[in-house]
Design a protein around this ligand. Structure first.
Ligand SMILES: Nc1nc2c(ncn2[C@@H]2O[C@H](COP(=O)(O)OP(=O)(O)OP(=O)(O)O)[C@@H](O)[C@H]2O)c(=O)[nH]1
Ligand SMILES: [Mg+2]
Length: 699
């Protein structure tokens, strides 16, 4: 295998909504460039970058994968990423080390939730982008409509540099609007295209979009603009140079058309990657921090000191831990001794490998700009920087998205707790999106992730890899309690039989606060009914008591306490006594003030193909959801609703099965709302059953 210099390398992250054809596109690229000798297919379980057992079984990409091809004496590193919401942070992790993104859009459904999300990640890392409209061969795939969806949501500067030839099953190639040539492909999937003149029936559209492209290029550059106004046109050289410059500056996002499974339009895409996207050294410098936290820069060049960023870790059944890294400066080889500046330890490099999906290809060294892997680093984790020991540098790690769903996890056989914890921590080594913690309130161990599928997958791996079997319980909904009415009560704590007594006495009024008001304590004591130094103790007593509400033990919120009277005893009063008095008053007051249960309500946005709109609405209604609006984006319907979290616990998998994995949703906290009476009784009964169950166990 050749060693490539950064100026001949492109690092592209392939991102987009689930099922848009990213993995199939990578398969076609690898086949057409001769990196593989057959066209791998997701549906047949032999796509090079969907090789995990779970991926083959589910036909979705679960973790980011690396592959590469050689094209016109350049090396293209392809990072295939998941588009399913549960695993979308993998896309972000991959873009962290890419120099450009290919955003894949399904020609039928247009831009969807995860398309926008990954577009946002590319924005975050300021990456130049190509938009690839794939699945052009499908029924109802439509050039104009998909473009409208793209320009509406991703922006007007998404400009076609091709127009497709033929439609739906008749899709057979593209016209390149720069070369003004047609590229057509046979229907046998061989990918062997031929160049030709523009067919007469496409001439009108070609003319129209060529003009739009020229205008877009002229528009984003003052000099070209002048020239364009003077002469009404640009030369071919001005076009190419102008376009490349503006793609790299993020002013234009070229749109291309493919059928990945039909192997149509792949070479023009490869040419666009080489001709329009920046090489691996184009960025010039990268900024990191030295040992003292001071900003330092490294030039992306082979003759600089070594530095590399580890962006992914996975465990291989044969070689153990494998770390994927991008070399930013210097080079990596067995001769280099890497120092992990985050952990403060030296590591040892084994042989360098390039990854072709699961196939490892050994290389003597890896130069600045390239992406490769190495096995058996001891202490290095995802997000760490390896560098020269004498000149340590660390690059910014990726901040991972917080988990959205939690399950209580319990060993199938007692005494396995220790084993679970060890095994989960090993999993977390390769999946930073998983969290594991003990919930102090319920004493349960919680495993959290980006969705039900994410957590279930982790649990499946626990069993498969480490032989630990666990049970998952429905996640606990963080209910709250509050009051609807008012109360005026006295809390008196008095123990004065023998020895030093205890005396605390307070009178409080309670009233509801608006939602989100949490807790307020107002002191209206005048004239020393309670000495000033005991007043904080009353408040503390209430603060502590409200953590466990009177209905079902959930925190009590959104109420005000006004302390207005009380009494004390010269000798027997103490802080402790007033704290207890406060908590007694709280419990009594809450009971009198019509306590109710609150539940979290979520803002939910569901997106799915139009034909499911009715089903999805009905389903949200049956989950006590309040639908707030419906929108159409391309062929996709977007439904916005507010739904109680308690009804959304299994939504991820329900939606997947309802829509054949074509639906997706996002969810964020909106507000707390009262739990309807009949459901509240159930929640309270369950909470009480849970609590007594646990107490019995402890005894
Ligand atoms: N007709 C048609 N089907 C395609 C095309 N590209 C992909 N598919 C099919 O669409 C489905 C999804 O393709 P994938 O390549 O797995 O899509 P993906 O974007 O990698 O999906 P995730 O990894 O789950 O995000 C598979 O059944 C493919 O066979 C295409 O161009 N035309
Ligand atoms: Mg995929």
């Amino acid at each position: 295998m050749n060693v490539y210099e950064g100026k001949n390398i492109r690092n592209v992250g392939i991102v987009g909504h689930g099922g848009s054809g990213k993995t199939s596109l990578v398969s076609a690229i690898l086949f057409d460039t001769g990196a593989t000798n057959r066209l791998g297919r997701v549906d047949d379980g032999n796509a090079p970058t969907d090789y995990d057992e779970e991926e083959i079984e589910r036909k979705v990409t679960i973790s980011a994968k690396l592959a590469f091809c050689e094209w016109n004496k350049n090396k293209i590193n392809l990072l295939d990423t998941p588009g399913f919401g549960n695993f979308i942070q993998e896309a972000r992790g991959a873009l962290r080390v890419a120099d450009a993104a290919i955003v894949v859009v399904d020609a039928v459904s247009g831009v969807m939730v995860q398309t926008e999300k990954t577009w946002g990640y590319a924005e975050e890392f300021q990456l130049p982008r190509l938009v690839v409209v794939n699945r052009m061969d499908r029924d109802t795939a439509n050039f104009e409509r998909s473009l409208e969806s793209i320009q509406q949501t991703l922006g007007r500067m998404c400009v076609p540099i091709q127009v497709p030839l033929g439609a739906e099953r008749g899709f057979k190639g593209v016209v390149d609007l720069i070369q003004m040539k047609a590229y057509t492909y046979p229907s046998d999937g061989s990918g062997k295209g031929s160049e030709g003149e523009i067919p007469a029936d496409a001439a009108g559209r070609v003319q129209e979009y060529r003009e739009k492209l020229v205008e877009a290029v002229a528009e984003s550059d003052e000099k070209l603009m002048e020239k364009f106004f003077d002469t009404g046109s640009l030369s071919d050289e001005e076009m190419v140079a102008g376009l490349k410059k503006q793609v790299i500056e993020g002013k234009i996002y070229p749109v291309l058309y493919t059928s990945a499974t039909g192997n149509i339009g792949i070479q023009p895409l490869l040419n666009a990657i080489l001709n329009l996207l920046p090489d691996a050294v184009a960025r010039g410098n990268v900024t990191g921090k030295d040992a003292h936290g001071k900003e330092v820069q490294r030039k992306i060049a082979d003759n600089e000191l070594f530095s590399a960023f580890v962006f992914k870790t996975f465990s291989d059944p044969f070689t153990g831990r494998v770390s994927l890294f991008r070399v930013y400066s210097g080079h990596a080889s067995t001769e280099v001794q890497p120092y992990n500046s985050n952990k403060g330890v030296s590591e040892r490099f084994g042989s360098m490998v390039l990854l072709q999906g699961k196939t490892q290809v050994t290389v003597p060294k890896v130069l600045a700009g390239d992406i490769a892997a190495v096995a058996k680093l001891k202490d290095t984790q995802t997000g760490d920087t390896l560098s020269d020991k004498g000149h340590p540098i660390s690059y910014n790690a990726i901040k991972w998205i917080e988990p959205v769903i939690s399950f209580a996890i319990e060993p199938k056989s007692r005494g396995d707790e220790e084993k679970i914890s060890t095994a989960i921590h090993k999993l977390m080594d390769e999946d930073l999106g998983i969290r594991y913690a003990r919930e102090p309130q319920t004493k349960e161990f919680l495993i959290s992730g980006q969705g039900q599928m994410h957590v279930e997958l982790a649990v499946g791996r626990l069993k498969k890899r480490y032989g630990v079997e666990v049970l998952l319980h429905p996640p606990k909904v963080p209910y709250r309690e509050t009051i609807k009415g008012k109360a005026d009560v006295q809390g008196k704590h008095k123990k004065q039989s023998g020895g030093h007594g205890q005396y605390g006495d307070c009178k409080i009024r309670m009233e509801p606060l608006p939602r989100g008001g949490d807790f307020e304590f107002v002191n209206e004591i005048f004239g020393g009914a309670i000495p000033r130094n005991y007043i904080p103790a009353v408040e503390k007593g209430i603060q502590e008591a409200r953590q466990k509400g009177v209905l079902a033990g959930f925190p009590t919120v959104d109420f005000r306490v006004v302390l207005y009277d009380g009494s004390y005893h010269d000798v027997d009063s103490s802080e402790m006594a007033f704290k207890i008095a406060g908590s007694l008053a709280f419990k009594k007051g809450i009971r009198e003030a019509r306590p109710i249960l609150l539940e979290p309500v979520m803002n939910v946005e569901v997106q799915g193909p139009e034909e499911f709109a009715g089903d999805l609405m009905g389903d949200l209604n049956s989950r006590r959801g309040r639908v707030q609006g419906m929108d159409v984006r391309g062929h996709a319907t977007v439904i916005k609703a507010q739904v109680p979290l308690a009804e959304m616990l299994s939504y991820a998998s329900d939606l997947t099965s309802k829509t054949g994995a074509r639906g997706s949703y996002t969810m964020e906290f909106s507000h707390y709302d009262e739990v309807p009476g009949h459901l509240a009784d159930k929640v309270i009964a369950n909470a009480k059953a849970g609590v007594t169950g646990e107490e019995e166990e402890e005894e």
